[in-house]
Design a protein around this ligand. Structure first.
Ligand SMILES: [Zn+2]
Length: 276
């Protein structure tokens, strides 16, 4: 079973956890570390012969255009993570339409690839903004991976389908982030903070359960800053946010080594047969 490997390309100062203490007008003042971290992720993937999908923030692509080309040239899929990490819940439909169109055309110009995938910042498509799906389709996207079909304090759409589905009959496919059902409860096992929180053997068992019990591919996601234990600390953030952001960063690379060898991985578009 091939699973989908994905990377949300943004930097450590752009995350939701630090939004209340880092204003986006101050982003240019922070040291950009995304390039070296993406290099490390690309090396890990190459040494394991794996391709994946990179959902890239336009703000980053504008500052690291060669990095976008480098990712594309290495055989990975380029997809959009929006422009400025605005959650869809904070945008009007008109603002969203502009966001997904600008990021798509920028990434296509830089990579030479047709961009067909989108991931909403902080999984911010839920029951309040289903209008986002027709907007995505109209802008030329073929899939979205933007729903967390469970409960979380910052996002989520409990009750949404756990596996890929078409929200409308216009052809757009939503590929929810992977969850696993244990004793009637949905747990996230798609990656991110959960990959750092749980011991690796438990994480592996949950993914195996999705593959074997549900008979479905899993979707894994990570961020470049998660392979960077030396990143500048944001001391003004709350204890809870800092706990989440900095937990077990040193373990990510060794865990990724195991994850990449224990399972078979590929790009989102290939795993779900989206390019015909
Ligand atoms: Zn993000």
């Amino acid at each position: 079973m091939r699973n989908a490997f994905s990377v949300d390309v943004e930097d450590y100062f752009q995350v939701l956890a630090f939004e209340s203490v880092i204003h986006r007008r101050d982003w240019p003042a922070y040291e950009l570390r995304v390039r070296r971290n993406v290099d490390l992720v690309l090396e890990l993937m190459e040494s394991n012969g794996i391709h994946g999908t990179f959902f890239i923030l336009a703000w980053i692509a504008e500052r690291e255009p060669q990095m976008v080309r480098q990712i594309a040239d290495a055989g990975h899929e380029i997809a959009s993570h929006g422009c400025m990490h605005d959650r869809v819940t904070t945008l009007t439909p008109a603002q969203f339409a502009q966001d997904i169109r600008h990021s798509k055309s920028l990434l296509e110009d830089l990579s030479g690839q047709q961009v067909i995938g989108y991931r909403a910042p902080s999984y911010s498509i839920n029951h309040t903004n289903q209008w986002a799906f027709p907007e995505l389709r109209e802008a030329g996207y073929l899939y979205s991976s933007s729903i967390f079909p469970g409960r979380h304090d910052l996002y989520g759409m409990p009750g949404a389908p756990r596996f890929p589905y078409r929200p409308l009959d216009d052809g757009l496919l939503e590929i929810p982030i992977t969850t696993v059902e244990v004793a009637g409860r949905r747990l996230s096992c798609g990656g991110g903070g959960f990959f750092r929180l749980w011991p690796y053997p438990l994480y592996r068992r949950l993914l195996e359960r999705v593959n074997a019990h549900d008979g479905r591919p899993a979707i894994f996601y990570m961020h470049p800053w998660e392979v960077d234990p030396e990143q500048p600390r944001i001391s003004e953030a709350s204890l809870r946010s800092r706990f989440r952001h900095y937990l077990n960063l040193k373990q990510v690379v060794p865990r990724l080594q195991r994850l990449l060898t224990d399972f078979s991985w590929d790009r989102m578009d290939r795993v779900f047969g989206l390019r015909g």
